[in-house]
Design a binder for this molecule. Structure first.
Ligand code: TYD
Ligand code: MG
Length: 452
């Protein structure tokens, strides 16, 4: 193996060392020193056949740049397409992160099988037989999907050269290792080097590359933070493992918005795209129950109706309990304080539990009014009609504040057959004729008077 020059650098202040040490002597930070390559032999790494003659890029006028090649690749999965911003861009590098067992391998294998393109799925984690078994569960049969179990990047590139591929999938970047670096697979310098090699490959051949990345305990993609800067798109696959719903979210996207989400349902036969999430997030029930309210929220640009459930009961112990799932606990405390002050509810002696159904987390402020309504409903033991929904933010003085894109929320609620939507009196919208009744309120007291 050719000799590679490496050195150790502090990731915090950039000081250079000849060997590894625990603490950086110059900035006194611990565990910031990492091995990096300073010079590598010009061999073996990804080299496109045409790059023998040294290519020098020269400046072009912006209208001279040819974008015809940029037409996006349809990945045959409408949720994935949406999150990517309308399909995969040629030559892009996408990093998909997520907790173990959430379904990253399933998602990308499923995509590889559905794509009618020559795809290579490289796995450093599972054997070819295991992948075949998984593919049989997922089902769509593809003649153009190649499976390779290999962890050395140089060997992967050798195979890629022979195959002339349209898409390359790597499961996972942490299992790869490059000959140029001594350290073991999964170390920061290995991850960085392997990613850099794949980026070079993607850019030179205009082949899209998808990398799966493990995440650390605190939810970040394992490896250097710089990894997220190097790639074009960072996607996160998340969800509660005990629930069947999975959400695909873009954290960074050089080719589209990061507001869009994709929703999937994990089934025995792989992931199913959920194109109408409102239907699954509102639980089926006979009759009306107290403590339930439905919020018209937006995830990205997509309106989603979400059910909020509250349970208010007398506190048995001295300190009342406040517990939430899928909603910010501090925000709940604030809303309770507003209710106490503005609507005269003695909630200080009550336990309050709040739950967003479906195991998803919402941070759209428009959910506030539904939260307040569900608490009121549970506290008074009055069931709200099933076909009422809410979309407004609640301010500290109990005012009902308008939220963005209220028209879209109204239309979605109307489409799903709701009879009434509560919004702020100050919301501006240009809808003329609607079948849904639009109830505009300005203060929290209005809501209380309406129901109690
Ligand atoms: P996997 O894709 O291996 O997760 P990751 O690569 O993120 O670690 O998904 C594993 C889980 O998905 C496993 O617990 C079983 C479940 N699963 C299904 O429910 N249905 C299926 O068709 C498949 C393939 C997996
Ligand atoms: Mg996996």
């Amino acid at each position: 193996m050719a000799k590679v020059k490496t050195s150790f650098f502090c990731q915090n202040c950039g000081a250079q060392y000849a060997k590894w040490q625990g603490q950086c002597t110059s900035c006194k930070q611990w565990n910031t020193i990492v091995e990096e390559v300073i010079q590598k032999p010009e061999k073996n790494d990804w080299k496109s056949p045409s790059s023998n003659t040294k290519r020098v890029s020269k400046p072009l006028k912006i209208h001279e740049i040819d974008t015809s090649l940029e037409a996006r690749l349809d990945v045959q999965d409408s949720e994935f397409n949406r999150v990517l911003g309308g399909g995969m861009v040629h030559g892009s590098v996408t990093l998909l992160g997520g907790e173990p067992g959430i379904g990253k391998s399933t998602l990308l294998l499923q995509m590889a099988l559905k794509l009618r393109k020559k795809t290579l799925y490289v796995s450093g984690e599972e054997s070819q037989k295991q992948i075949k078994m998984r593919a049989e569960r997922i089902n769509p049969q593809s003649n153009d999907c190649y499976i390779l179990t290999e962890t050395k990047t140089q060997n992967i590139f050798k195979q890629i050269e022979q195959l002339e591929l349209d898409v390359v999938i790597i499961d996972s970047i942490q299992t790869l290792h490059s000959d140029y670096i001594e350290s073991s697979a999964g170390s920061i310098s290995q991850i960085k080097e392997c990613t850099a090699e794949f980026i070079k490959f993607a850019k030179e051949t205009a082949t899209p590359v998808l990398l799966i990345g493990h995440i650390t305990k605190d939810g970040h993609i394992a490896g250097p933070k710089i990894l997220e800067h190097m790639v074009d798109t960072v996607l996160q696959f998340e969800g509660d493992r005990n629930h069947v719903f999975r959400i695909l979210r873009a954290h960074k996207n050089r080719f589209g918005s990061t507001n869009e989400i994709g929703i999937y349902e994990m089934q025995g036969s792989g992931l199913r795209e959920v194109s109408n999430p409102s239907e699954i997030l509102i639980s089926e029930k006979d009759g009306e129950l107290s403590g339930n309210a439905i919020a018209a929220t937006l995830e990205g640009l997509r309106p989603i109706m979400i059910e909020v459930q509250a349970l208010v009961s007398t506190a048995v112990y001295g300190t009342p309990q406040r517990s939430t799932t899928g909603f910010n606990a501090k925000r709940l405390n604030m809303l309770l304080a507003v209710l106490e002050k503005r609507a005269g509810f003695r909630l200080g002696a009550k336990d309050v539990f709040l739950n967003i159904t479906g195991g998803i987390t919402v941070d759209d402020p428009a959910i506030d009014l539904a939260v307040v309504a569900s608490i009121l409903s549970s506290n008074e033991d009055i069931a709200l009609p099933n076909d009422y929904c809410f979309a407004a933010e609640v301010g500290l003085s109990g005012e009902i504040r308008p939220v963005q894109r209220v028209e879209q929320r109204i239309l979605e609620a109307e489409k799903l057959g709701f009879s009434t939507i509560f919004i702020s009196k100050y919301s501006k919208f240009a809808l003329k004729k609607t079948c849904i009744k639009i109830q505009q309120i300005s203060k929290i007291e209005d809501l209380v008077n309406f129901f109690v």
